[in-house]
Design a protein around this ligand. Structure first.
Ligand SMILES: C[S@@+](CC[C@H](N)C(=O)[O-])C[C@H]1O[C@@H](n2cnc3c(N)ncnc32)[C@H](O)[C@@H]1O
Length: 204
């Protein structure tokens, strides 16, 4: 997701500590949910407005995270918290702090098509392993992408992170317990099929 740097972003983030808290010492209710790479927050807000629970979202681009934050503020949602950080930096803090999630959502992550960049993919084994550690017992990772190559790669990486494929769909129709992301809305407008994967760490 490309975005011009917004001068107001960092000041906005720093004056809204309830919305952009420090990652340590959070008081999380159950169920808690985590979205990684939330972009401008369409999915986050869609989910947080229709389901109970705490919604945490990580977005490494500060300008984009601030746009999501503004939308959450305007929507009056008090069950949303945002982190303008990289998942790789936050995940060890979340793990150490004992936070565990009922679901972790990864929606339309950057595909990094070049082989030499595959290590940067959010569904690369070491990141999936970290996500698995952050799941509650019986928790799930839910992954959506338009990119068939990234989808196949992610299905290969999952067992390397001791994750099981619960559900896999190459032409996913949006379900009641889901919400559209900004990217997804565009892909669906153009009739591009959405690939959908649910992973858990339990033996079947
Ligand atoms: C292609 S966009 C998709 C945005 C949104 N999920 C959607 O579906 O509309 C991917 C987003 O993930 C963010 N991102 C990529 N890697 C990340 C990481 N390691 N930690 C946090 N955010 C990340 C990018 O900054 C970008 O905003």
């Amino acid at each position: 997701m490309r975005s011009r740097k917004k001068k107001w972003a960092d000041p906005f983030i720093s004056v809204h500590p309830d919305l952009f808290p420090s990652p340590q010492g959070l008081d999380l209710n159950k169920p808690s949910y985590l979205e990684i790479g939330c972009g401008k927050g369409d999915f986050l807000l869609g989910m947080a407005s229709k389901q109970k629970g705490d919604y945490l979202a990580i977005e490494k681009d500060h300008s984009i995270a601030a746009v999501a934050g503004k939308k959450a503020l305007n929507a009056g949602l008090n069950n949303v918290r945002l982190f303008a950080s990289d998942f790789d930096e936050l995940a060890p803090i979340f793990l150490e702090s004992g936070y565990r999630f009922a679901k972790i959502y990864v929606n339309f992550p950057d595909p990094w098509p070049k082989l030499r960049h595959h290590k940067r993919r959010l569904t690369e084994t070491s990141r999936l392993t970290m996500m698995a550690k952050l799941l509650d017992e019986g928790g799930e990772i839910r992954f959506k992408t338009d990119n068939a190559d990234l989808f196949e790669y992610s299905k290969e990486q999952a067992p390397l992170a001791n994750l099981h494929i619960v559900y896999s769909d190459d032409d996913y129709a949006l379900k009641e317990d889901d919400a559209l992301t900004e990217y997804e809305s565009q892909f669906r407008q153009y009739g591009i099929p959405i690939h959908y994967l649910i992973l858990n760490k339990e033996e079947k």
